[in-house]
Structures are given as C-alpha cells and as structure tokens.
Design a binder for this molecule. Structure first.
Ligand code: ZN
Length: 480
C-alpha cells in the first residue's frame, strides 16, 4: 500500500490538472450541445442565463463550483439551473483524470494499465502528448454527441469531424516524432504496406466524395427528408429509404474500389511502412473500418426494413473512434454496444415497475456506441479478460496481425531511446512472435523500474529486488 502511494504521489499535480482541464472542457461541451443543434456559434455570445438573458459573471462561469456557489439558481431571475451542467463538467473531469491515471500512474502490467500504459509511461507525458490529445478529444466528442443525440436525435457533423481530424493529425504528428513506432507497446494497431495503400486510396476517395458533396455535384442521401417531417415532430415516416440506399451503395462502393486500388499499388512494397506512414495510416484505416462497419449495417438494415435503420451520425461516430484508436476498438465497440442497449432497456423496465412511469420512449443508437467506446478506453482490462473467456481464439489472432517487424526491417526505427538495455537489440528471425513481444515488454519494465526507483528510494534494496522479480513474473505470465 505504501509502495503504491509513493508511486502515484508525484502524479497528484498531473491528476489535478487533468481534472481541472476536463471540467473546463465539460463546460464547453455544455455550450456546444446546447448551441450546435440550434445552428448557433459556440464562441459568441458569451454564456447567458437561458431564461432572463443576463450574462454570467466570472465566478459563475467556473466549472462545477459556479453552479454550487449559485446553489443551482440564476441570481437574477431565480430560475433553477439544470443539474446537467455541473454533472457533465464533473463527468468529463473524471474521464480526463481517469485517462491520465490509466496512462501515467497505473502499473503497466496491471488491470488498468494493460496494453495502454506501457507506451505512455515509457516515453513520458511530453513525448506522448499528441496521442493523449487524440484520446481526450475523442472522449469529449463522445460526451457532446451523446448529449445532442439524446436531445435532438442528431449528432452534429462538427462534433464527429473534430474528433476525426484531431485523431488523424495527432497520430500523424506522433508518428513523425516517434523513434520506434513499431515497438510492441505502440498503442495503435500496426500497419502493413497493404493497409497503408488501402488507407491512402480510401482516404483520398473519402475526401473527394466530401468535396463533391460540398460543391453539390453529389446529392446527400435523404436530401428531401425535411419535406416529410410533420410540424412539431423531429422524425418523419420517410417513404424512399430504399431508393436512398442505392446512392449510398454507389458512394461506399466507390470508396472501397479506391481502397482496393491503393492496396494493390502499395501492397508489393517490401518491409514495413516508416513511422510517419504508421502514424498517418493507422487512424485513417481505423476511420474507414469504424465508419464502414456501421455504414454497411445501415445500408443492409435499411434495405430490409424499408425505413432508415441507423443514422449517418452513427457512421461518423464510429469513424471518429477509429481515427483516434485504430481499427480494432471500433469493431469491438460495435459488438459491445448492444449490451449497453440491453442494460438501458433493463433499467427502463425497472424504473417503469418502480414508479409506474416509463424512463423514456426511445433512445437513439449513438449513445450506446459512445458508451461502448468509452468503456473500452477506460476499462480495457475487463474486455480483454471477458474476450479471453468467451472468444479464446480472437485475441491471439488479433495479436498475430500485429507481428512486430524483424530487426532487418526495422532500419532506422531500431534506435532505442536512452535508458533501455542495448543487449536486447536485434531480434533473430527464428524467434516466435510471443517471445519478441515479451522481450519488448521486459524492456518497458526495465525502463519503468529505473523510473520507479526515484519514487521508491526509501525501500530497502533486498525488498525492492523481490518486488521487481514478482512484477516481472506477473508480466510474463499475463503475456503468454
Ligand atoms: Zn436568469
């Protein structure tokens, strides 16, 4: 217990900063979720009381505390202010603090830090800042999209686009900065030349399609939806859903063909793509897999049912998750989301039984996707454990796709940062993947141990060695 306390004490400042930053972002999300569906600017005018229009004073603008100071009421018109505002601020603050904890405080081989903390702790906060920004932006945009989706049944494109662009730009920058992107601890799925080609081809096609939509050369599907919405309703009984799917099949087909052309033109290149390509293509491929999965389901389900089955906002939402986390997480989230849906139906049933009133008529699917992605990011250990139990073959199969490169192919990438043992350099070709994976894991543990000695200077030498041995042993048995 003492040991753990010593480990996280130096991080109190970081945790406090993450919490405060999250509270401010939560405050901004409240504004975005209120104004964006109304088509208002999110910057101007400054925050006002929605009832009497009085501008908020400086101290009332402080996240969480401002609401508490005013005791939940506007000081001029005394109208009560929804608990949603401080609630969202607190939620995002806790998410940011949890992400910081998971990345920089949690033990890398432990439950919370698994398959995440190794890379962040190895390179430190400054060097991994772009990656961290991508993840925090995604979490913020998921909260914002959930708020608007629940309220208005739409997800503003601006929200998902923010996460997508940030994800691609941040990881591309991270790839350009990295010295050994392909280390087994690199948090994004690795990219072969085939995948890089598919990402570049598909990415160019997505940009092209958006340019054509923007200029009006391509019409958006459901463009005449508004004509069928009755007064006072948000959703309409749209009669041409099947017809509209033909447009979307053509658009999706064009993007898939472009991705195939890209894959065929780069697939033959020897070796592995350099760090810059890894950083750029992993999020683009993640975007395509995330968005593509929901899009295919939307097209098929809409064709069968004859009514729009899943919103285009959900397509952009899982695309954004892929752009920030790579291609595996959105796929996993897609299969986790129905459980969130079941939990919601169950909760609604309990509330209805207890109070006699229904919880809510209907909830769109976007919030369940968002909950699944957030749960995956923050509780990865639980899903890895359940995945091992329920689908024993899946996790080794996914890891096999992530084979780290052999030393000959590493080239300039094999330069190791200071503080790492040079004796580990150069993997022989015969070594199987698991042993290579374990080695890089041990390197990380070595680095961490050096960093940990700072915090544990008081621990007697003998005791420390014993602890290290147990920890390394624990790491090894888990990686098998
Ligand atoms: Zn007021």
């Amino acid at each position: 217990m003492d040991d753990r306390l010593a480990l996280w004490m130096p991080h109190l400042t970081g945790l406090g900063f993450a919490f405060a930053l999250g509270a401010c972002v939560g405050s901004f999300i409240n504004v975005v979720a209120y104004r964006m569906p109304l088509g208002m600017s999110v910057i101007n005018p400054p925050s006002r009381c929605p009832t009497c229009g009085r501008r908020l004073r400086l101290h009332e603008n402080i996240p969480i505390l401002g609401w508490a100071f005013a005791r939940g009421r506007c000081s001029t018109c005394r109208v009560s202010i929804s608990l949603q505002y401080p609630g969202i601020e607190l939620l995002v603050a806790l998410m940011f603090a949890a992400t910081y904890w998971m990345s920089f405080v949690a033990e890398p081989s432990g439950w919370w830090g698994r398959s995440w903390a190794q890379w962040f702790q190895h390179y430190g906060l400054v060097a991994t800042l772009p990656g961290l920004v991508a993840v925090l932006t995604l979490l913020s945009c998921l909260v914002a999209s959930t708020l608007t989706d629940v309220r208005t049944f739409t997800i503003p494109l601006g929200v998902t686009l923010t996460a997508t662009v940030t994800g691609v730009a941040a990881w591309a920058l991270q790839g350009a900065l990295a010295t050994e992107v392909m280390a087994a601890t690199w948090p994004l799925p690795s990219v072969s030349w085939w995948v890089a080609g598919a990402s570049l081809g598909g990415g160019v096609a997505v940009l092209g399609a958006n340019a054509l939509l923007h200029t009006g050369s391509l019409t958006r599907s459901f463009a005449d939806y508004g004509e069928f919405v009755k007064d006072g309703e948000t959703l309409a009984e749209y009669p041409h859903a099947r017809r509209e799917m033909k447009h979307e099949v053509l658009l999706l087909g064009g993007i898939i063909v472009a991705a195939l052309v890209g894959a065929l033109s780069l697939g033959g290149v020897q070796g592995i793509p350099p760090p810059v390509m890894q950083g750029l293509c992993a999020p683009v491929f993640g975007y395509m897999i995330g968005a593509g999965t929901v899009w295919v389901v939307r097209i098929v389900a809409t064709w069968i049912k004859g009514v729009e089955a899943m919103g285009m906002g959900d397509v952009h939402l899982l695309g954004a998750a892929g752009a920030c986390l790579g291609w595996i997480d959105p796929l996993a989230a897609f299969f986790i989301a129905p459980f969130s849906g079941l939990a919601w139906v169950g909760a609604a049933g309990v509330v209805k039984l207890a109070s006699g009133k229904p919880l809510r008529r209907e909830l769109p699917y976007g919030p369940h996707l968002a909950v699944a992605v957030v749960a995956l990011v923050l509780c990865r250990g639980a899903f890895v454990d359940v995945g091992r139990l329920v689908f024993p073959g899946v996790i080794p199969a996914v890891r096999a796709l992530q084979t780290p490169p052999r030393s000959g192919e590493m080239g300039a990438l094999s330069e190791r940062p200071e503080g790492q043992h040079t004796s580990e350099k150069g993997f022989s070709n015969e070594e199987d993947m698991d042993r290579r994976w374990m080695r890089s894991r041990r390197n990380t543990l070595d680095g961490l141990r050096q960093w940990g000695t700072e915090a544990k200077r008081d621990t007697p030498e003998r005791e420390r060695n014993a602890q290290d041995a147990t920890r390394a042993g624990a790491g090894r048995s888990r990686s098998g």
